[in-house]
Every structure is written in C-alpha cells, then in structure tokens.
Write a protein that binds this ligand. Structure first.
Ligand SMILES: Cc1cc2nc3c(=O)[nH]c(=O)nc-3n(C[C@H](O)[C@H](O)[C@H](O)COP(=O)(O)OP(=O)(O)OC[C@H]3O[C@@H](n4cnc5c(N)ncnc54)[C@H](O)[C@@H]3O)c2cc1C
Length: 459
C-alpha cells in the first residue's frame, strides 16, 4: 500500500485516543465517538470554585503507560502524587486506619491486622491460620476473594480485600479474576504456603503509587485532542456507529444515521456490548466472548463543605465502606486531604462513590435524595457538623466498569483478540474490557491495537 492507509477508531475514550495517537503517525485516522465529548469517564468540571475530576482522579504510577502518554502530550512535568497515602475502612461502627504495607487489601502482618481493629478478634484468629493451613491449590486463575477467604478467612476478604479491589471494579471480589485484578496475589499464592508471608516486597516508599495531572485528567483528553488535530485526524463526535460492513479490501464504517465511509483498517475501542453487536457477523467468536461481559454502574458525587464543619482536620486520603455495613456509600475520597492542589481556603472537597454490580439502589434514587442520603452517611462516618453541603454534584456513570470473571484473560480477552485478527480486514480491539480497567491498562490496550492494525496493513 503506497498511499497512507485510512483507519477508523471507533470509541473516543482513553483507549481509542491512545490508539489514534499512534495510528496518526502512519495513517489517515478518523475517530468516531457516540457522545458530544471525548474521554469517557475522564472528565474535569468546575465545582466549588475549582476544577475537579468526576471520574478517574489518578492512575497507577507503577506502570509506565499513563506517565508516557502525559509526557508525550506535554503534561509529564505537571504530574503530582497524593499528599497523603493513609486511608481508613468504615468497619464495625468506626473509621479505622488500614494496616500499613498491605498488598491489595491483604495485610503484611498479623500484628498490623489486629492493631487496625478492622476485623473482629475471631477474624484475626482465623487470619492467623494462613500460616498453618496446607498450601492452597491455585490453577491459572481464581476469584480474588475466594483465594483470600481460603487463606485468611471471610472477615479479611469482606472488610479489606472486597472494599479495596471490589471497590475499584465495583464488583464482587469472590468473582473477580485474580489474573486480571490481583496478579501479585496470584503469584504470592503460588509461592510459600502462607499468602501473607509470600507477598511481594514493596518498592521504596519514595516511589509514588499513584499520580495525577493537578489541573484534572480531563486535560489529558484535551491535550490528546489537540495533538490529534495537529496530526490532521478527523474527530467525529455525536456519531454513534451502528454497523461494520466488510467491503473489498477493507471495511465500511456505517453510522447509526446510515452514512458509510470506507476504511482500510479499524480499531474498535467501544464497551463490550457495543463491540459484540458490531462484530456479530464479522467476527462471531469475538462477539460471543464479549457478550458475556457484564458492567457495573456507579455514581460519583462531589461534595463541598466548609472546613469549619469538621471537628478536626481530616488527614486521611479517604475511607472504604465494606459491603456488610450496608451503606449506600462504597468509598470516600477526601480530595482536600489527598491532593495538595485541592486544599482550598476554608473548603473541603469530597468525592463519594456509590454502586456495585449487585447494588443498583442508586438507580431508583433521584439526585437530590442521593445527595441527602450520602451526606447523612458522611456525617455519621466522620461526625461532620453541617446540615448540608455548600455544593454537590451527582455524576452518574451507567455501565462503566467491566467485570472480569475468572479465566477472563483466556476466555474473553485472548479469544476475542484472536477472532478479530482473523477478520477479513485489519481489525483490532481495545479498551477496559480486555486486560484491565485502570487507565494505564487502557492506554496499553489502545497502543497494542494500533500496532496490530498497522502490522496487518503492512502485510
Ligand atoms: C467513576 C469512575 C472512576 C474511575 N476511577 C479510576 C481511577 O481513579 N484510576 C483509573 O486508572 N481508572 C479509573 N476508572 C476506570 C477508567 O476510567 C476506565 O476504565 C477507562 O476510562 C475506560 O476507557 P475506555 O477507553 O476503555 O472506555 P470509555 O472511556 O468508556 O470509551 C468508550 C467510548 O466509546 C463510545 N461509544 C460507545 N458506543 C459507541 C458507538 N456505537 N459508536 C462510537 N462510539 C461509541 C463511548 O461513548 C465512549 O466514549 C474509573 C472509572 C469510573 C467510571
């Protein structure tokens, strides 16, 4: 092929944008996005006199992909780590600090677990059996919660691992693939008999675990859009794609309104139900694997309080709420403690998370009532003296977080990538539904899809 190939990227979230940035170096690219804005849940809004994220507010710094992307987009020098690392769990009637040095909710020592008070004495005694129970048989994959429950008992699973890992995924930790969500624990389980004693050593505490762009992660999306514009990429927002049609030498991308444009290759970076629908005839095996992925809906509500409503300054990055507490809240991020750039004069900024795969109560609660009920729970948790927040904003993210069941990497990700590679034109899949939903994994997935399509176009 001598002229620059034409490649469509369908879905303008971070995975699609990462794919488009690489593709644009060697192809004429069009990004099709159903909504009126790019970035999916990466969105920064004006709130209480500042700018704050309504979706992701940070990313894992121990993977390079988001740091590399921010650097490539001219934002690398702005990256900052949280000002506070310590967090708590709202467990057994009180906020209790999490044991230091945990790996994905698994404590490093019995002493730190007992001192935290997060589990009962019986729970501590059960966790101690980890050191004497026979080694657990672990295959290629296992539910994270299942693994932890076997070794350390149900209290550690329900009150530490599930709120932490289940919270990130808004899922149930028993069903969550350890290979996707907790490879460190899977590796440890294959080590010595005791899970606790096999935990990987932590990197030096000077290395940040998380980073963010202080002006908001929406700025990564804005910078990606500017870079794509400069590279001559066409950005078609408000353009949901309804069909992909094989055409001689390539593929017709057909919008829901019926417009068809011919492309030589396609990156599909849409959520699995959409991807499955678009691939029904072109790659039926991928469509059938992807149609098994379910999604959790979550709500992220922003609150602003006057600082003098606090009895004493809140110095933790936030707290998690275990399922057995039966609250609407699943987690609180106390942004004004967590981030130096959110320390406002006399104002506290708080991000409250609600909703899990098996907790859809928020869907039946209107915004005003949700704010009131979450506020009451925040008051109960930290003893706030405020009849109401000074400002609140509800951000609903329906069907936003894919659930990775055991064996997801082989049965869904591997199978659908393989089926896409067999399509009659260069096609690759990207996004949070494959190798992980964290932003670095999404960027990696987008870049890998771009490389696969470019390779296929060369062949
Ligand atoms: C509230 C919340 C908090 C989070 N916090 C964090 C965090 O702190 N750190 C972290 O690393 N991750 C976090 N995540 C996860 C992370 O944000 C997501 O996994 C990631 O943004 C998903 O990117 P994506 O490109 O795969 O999908 P998306 O961003 O969902 O992009 C898919 C795009 O496809 C578009 N689309 C759908 N159908 C069509 C169609 N027919 N035609 C064209 N376009 C279509 C959609 O509109 C969407 O823009 C959070 C997620 C949420 C919801």
């Amino acid at each position: 092929m001598t002229a620059r190939p034409r490649v469509a990227v369908i879905g303008g979230g971070i995975a699609g944008l990462a794919a488009a940035l690489d593709l644009a170096e060697r192809a004429d690219v069009t990004v099709f996005e159903a909504k009126d804005r790019l970035g999916g849940p990466m969105q920064t809004v004006d709130f209480a006199g500042t700018r704050i994220d309504t979706g992701p507010d940070s990313f894992l710094a121990r993977r390079p992909e988001m740091i590399d992307l921010a650097t490539r987009l001219g934002l690398g020098h702005t990256l900052v780590a949280p000002a506070v690392g310590e967090a708590a769990v709202w467990s057994r009637g009180a906020l209790r600090k999490m044991p230091a040095g945990m790996v994905l909710g698994v404590p490093r020592s019995m002493k730190s677990l007992a001192a935290s008070g997060i589990v009962s004495r019986a729970g501590v005694a059960r966790a101690a059996l980890d050191k004497v129970l026979p080694r657990s048989k672990v295959g290629a994959d296992i539910g994270v919660g299942d693994l932890v429950r076997r070794r350390l008992g149900h209290e550690v699973q329900e009150r530490l691992v599930d709120p932490l890992l289940g919270g990130i995924h808004a899922g149930r930790s028993e069903l969550l693939s350890a290979a996707v969500a907790a490879p460190q624990l899977l590796g440890a389980a294959r080590g010595a008999r005791s899970l606790m004693e096999s935990l990987p050593t932590l990197p030096p505490s000077s290395d940040p675990v998380f980073l963010t762009v202080p002006s908001g992660l929406g700025d990564v999306v804005g910078a990606a859009l500017a870079a794509l514009d400069a590279a001559g990429t066409t950005i078609a927002t408000n353009t949901p794609i309804g069909e992909l049609r094989f055409a001689a030498g390539g593929c017709d991308v057909v919008s829901v309104s019926g417009d068809a444009i011919a492309f030589d290759g396609v990156v599909l970076a849409t959520p699995s139900p959409v991807t499955a629908r678009l691939l029904t005839r072109l790659a039926p095996d991928a469509a059938s694997a992807l149609s098994t992925v379910t999604y959790a809906s979550v709500v992220l509500t922003l609150f602003a309080y006057k600082s003098d409503a606090l009895r004493e300054p809140f110095r933790l990055s936030g707290f998690l709420v275990p399922r057995p507490e039966k609250k609407l809240l699943s987690a609180i991020s106390w942004s004004s403690a967590k981030w130096a750039h959110h320390r406002g004069e006399g104002t506290e900024l708080v991000r409250a998370s609600t909703g899990r795969i098996d907790d859809r109560r928020h869907e039946d609660i209107d915004d005003a009532d949700l704010v009131a009920r979450l506020h009451d729970e925040i008051v109960a948790a930290i003893g706030l003296r405020a009849p109401a927040p000074i400002e609140a904003r509800v951000n609903r993210w329906p069907n936003a977080l894919p659930q990775f069941k055991v064996d997801h990497l082989t049965k869904v990700a591997g199978r659908s990538h393989a089926a896409a590679a067999q399509a009659a034109f260069p096609l690759a899949l990207a996004g949070s539904a494959y190798e992980g939903l964290g932003l670095p994994a999404c960027v990696a997935s987008g870049r890998a899809a771009a490389a696969r399509v470019l390779d296929a176009l060369k062949a």
